[in-house]
Design a protein around this ligand. Sequence first.
Ligand code: IMP
Ligand code: MG
Length: 182
Amino acid sequence: MTVPDPDGIDVLFTAEQIAARVEELAGEIVAHIDGDLLVVVILKGSFVFAADLIRALDRKGAPARVDFITLSSYHEGTESSGRVDLAHDLSEDVKGQDVLIVDDILESGRTLDFACSTIADRGAASVRTCLLLDKPARRKVAIEADFVGFSIAPEFVVGYGLDLAHRYRGLPFIGLVREPTG
Ligand code: IMP
Ligand code: MG
């Protein structure tokens, strides 16, 4: 008999798989972008990914400056509200900068679209995007990321910084929340 995980989370990507992919992503970024990067981290969900990615970039000889912006489109549940709120703005001026936006998940595309247009409107020299996860089946806005860690089915995932109503961000793996069975 298998012992059910008390939190009902099925592992989708292990910590080892994530670490290997982050290292590859950093290699792809370094191969395609030269010059000094300003990494713009979209909080909260991507803080763990960004922390690993900027250290991987450093190992590849591409140390990046980092700034943070807090955007939210989810309110406690697993469905996007359809509206993006800017809860906390950048502290750096992005004018003339080569920006790499780092976010956790590309779903409807609204969050990334909002971030890209905000940063482009402020006069960034270039805007590139790196997403840990992509759910292409859920897209509502025509936008694609330049660099993607893993493409996944349209299921709700948690862990490695991703939350469900503020839970699970500290899990070392990415997992699926099992639907409660009656
Ligand atoms: P979008 O604006 O619909 O593309 O949603 C992207 C944002 O929704 C991401 O930055 C995440 O914060 C959040 N999100 C989307 N899917 C998930 C998920 O499966 N788990 C946790 N957060 C998610
Ligand atoms: Mg987010």
